[in-house]
Design a protein around this ligand. Structure first.
Ligand SMILES: [Zn+2]
Length: 292
């Protein structure tokens, strides 16, 4: 939802979760504007812009450009990080260039990152906005594009109380509490480790709960970090005129204009669920500043 809020700023455009773009083309899924993505005028214009780039002249439309880093996971190991995830978390640009010569997975990841950068540049030209928000969420997706263009990329590290995240995973997936907690722990550990390889000024830490409770302080702080001025009080969750892909199902709820604090997990999680979280996730939750 933060991406939709930010995209109501005149200098910011949001693309949703860019890593899903190729899948959207493969399955011709609905863009946020309501049209199938192949009929969306915005993405058609972006496709036209990408084609002008000499590097992509011969590409076969956006459907041919990979936007998601392939993790190469075996079903048995789906909750453990793969080689490419671990590599990208710790890699420098020099390592990516060198290892890319020998490891197809590294080469593949860097080509994907390059595609994402070119698509964002095309989105910027089409929308007229100098700042593009990609809410892809994966640490390795950010790190790969950061390695290619550290001058262009920053990350907003938005966290939420792990009990809230696990609770929403329980509702939306087939995971049990232990797996939902471990999944959340793993994602945050990956981001924390990745932060060690990225300068502090490139990462902004934001708590969802602070954002909801103290919007007047948090939104200007986020805008300053991005590098844009003003309009903080005018920003609303954009429901019309957006062309996001992927992301929360709430993006189709046209009534919600603010990011609203949802602490329903306090009622929904049972004592047994909370005990499981306490065992596997409490230390990471405390690390993120959730002390209760
Ligand atoms: Zn659209």
């Amino acid at each position: 939802m933060l991406d939709l809020l930010l995209s109501s700023h005149t200098e910011i455009e949001s693309v949703g979760e860019l890593r899903h773009l190729q899948e959207y083309y493969t399955n011709n899924e609905s863009c946020m504007c309501g049209r199938p993505i192949t009929e969306c005028h915005f993405w058609s214009s972006v496709e036209g812009e990408v084609s002008r780039d000499s590097q992509f002249v011969k590409h076969n439309g956006l459907k041919s450009l990979q936007t998601k880093i392939r993790k190469g996971k075996h079903r048995m190991h789906q909750y453990l990080p793969s080689f490419i995830e671990i590599f990208l978390i710790f890699a420098s640009k020099k390592m990516a260039t060198k290892w890319g010569k020998y490891f197809p997975a590294v080469r593949d990841a860097m080509v994907t990152a390059e595609n994402c950068i070119h698509i964002c540049e095309a989105v910027s030209r089409v929308s007229g906005c100098p700042y593009i928000v990609d809410s892809s969420k994966w640490a390795e997706q950010f790190k790969a594009v950061y390695l290619l263009r550290p001058d262009l990329i920053k990350v907003i590290y938005l966290v939420r109380d792990g009990r809230g995240v696990a609770c929403s995973q329980l509702r939306r997936s087939t995971l049990d509490m232990k797996k939902a907690t471990l999944f959340w722990v793993l994602n945050n550990v990956k981001i924390m480790l990745m932060k060690l390889t990225v300068p502090n000024e490139k990462v902004l830490f934001v708590r969802y709960e602070d954002l909801c409770r103290n919007r007047r302080f948090e939104i200007p702080r986020i805008l300053r970090f991005i590098g844009v001025m003003g309009q903080a009080d005018d920003l609303r969750v954009r429901k019309v005129g957006g062309h996001n892909v992927g992301g929360s199902p709430h993006r189709f709820d046209r009534r919600q204009e603010e990011i609203i604090l949802d602490e329903g997990w306090k009622e929904r999680l049972s004592k047994a669920d909370l005990a499981v979280f306490q065992r596997f996730g409490a230390s990471v939750n405390r690390w993120l500043g959730y002390v209760e």
